[in-house]
Ligand binder design. Structure first.
Ligand SMILES: [Zn+2]
Length: 283
């Protein structure tokens, strides 16, 4: 399809207000600068980069060129510099963005079997959204340091229980909202709500023999029903979202589907396409 190229697109155009506010709140916590400093001191960004490269195939014009072409066009569409792209063998379909100094996206092999090419545009757009919104540093800090807080926190960082809880709560709040922004980027690249919906549906249901029976409309109804669940469930939802998001960058597809539908219906998506759309993003 002819994708509209969003030259000059700004993060503020699509980043969720809740994501921005939660990230500002996170940055104001006195503990966060300590964690970020520690992250750099121990060279964790480099560790993660090297580890990823050790277990993944780097995609390029001569290595899985279809994926490389989708990446190139997605970057042109969203107006972001091209990160490195990797493919790694893993039976659980997912993807992640990493690398503060050298951004990269890693696709798990099963995601290629789970999504068609158009849906991969949404997926890669989602990961580019994380990079463009500056999420990667905080995801990386959380991934490396949060699980170790209990072990190293008191000795190395001098953290108390209350401070740790405040930090974990702030991360929980932010990480869920960060996904909402990234999904909007996914839609801005896919440029078709049904494609983004199908991508979320197949991420949620996973690859299976009966995937041709998957019903996007029923999935959308399910996501609306989930959104309407009473507030007594709110904390449980938040907790699960956080625990899940520690190891994947696509947590809570049902919740996110509803957030994406609301944004699409708000007219913001169309406004951005009209404002920045200048030419097809293809060659
Ligand atoms: Zn994500």
């Amino acid at each position: 399809m002819d994708r509209v190229r969003l030259t000059g697109l700004q993060t503020i155009d699509f980043q969720s207000d809740l994501d921005r506010k939660a990230l500002d709140g996170l940055k104001k916590l006195p503990l966060l600068p300590q964690l970020v400093r520690k992250f750099y001191e121990i060279g964790a960004d480099r560790w993660l980069y090297c580890w990823n490269m050790a277990v993944s195939v780097r995609v390029g014009p001569n290595q899985y060129p279809t994926l490389h072409r989708i990446l190139e066009e997605s970057c042109r569409t969203l107006d972001v510099p091209e990160p490195e792209l990797y493919l790694t063998s893993n039976p659980f379909p997912n993807a992640s963005a990493g690398g503060v100094e050298r951004p990269y996206i890693t696709l798990r092999s099963s995601i290629i079997d789970t999504l068609d090419d158009e849906q991969l545009y949404h997926l890669i757009g989602h990961e580019l959204g994380h990079i463009k919104c500056g999420h990667v540093l905080y995801f990386s800090v959380a991934r490396i340091l949060m699980p170790l807080l209990e072990m190293i926190g008191r000795r190395t960082l001098g953290l108390g229980d209350a401070a740790q809880l405040a930090l974990v709560a702030a991360f929980m709040e932010w990480s869920r909202n960060a996904e909402v922004s990234a999904d909007r980027a996914g839609l801005l690249v896919a440029q078709n709500f049904d494609t983004s919906l199908a991508a979320n549906l197949h991420l949620c249901g996973g690859p299976n023999r009966l995937s041709h029976e998957a019903n996007p409309d029923a999935f959308l109804d399910q996501s609306r029903a989930y959104q309407d669940m009473n507030t007594a469930d709110a904390f449980g939802k938040l907790l699960i979202a956080f625990l899940y998001s520690m190891w994947t960058t696509h947590p809570m597809p049902v919740h996110r589907t509803q957030e994406l539908e609301k944004w699409h219906l708000s007219g913001e998506y169309e406004r951005i396409i009209q404002k920045y759309g200048v030419a097809p993003a293809g060659v």
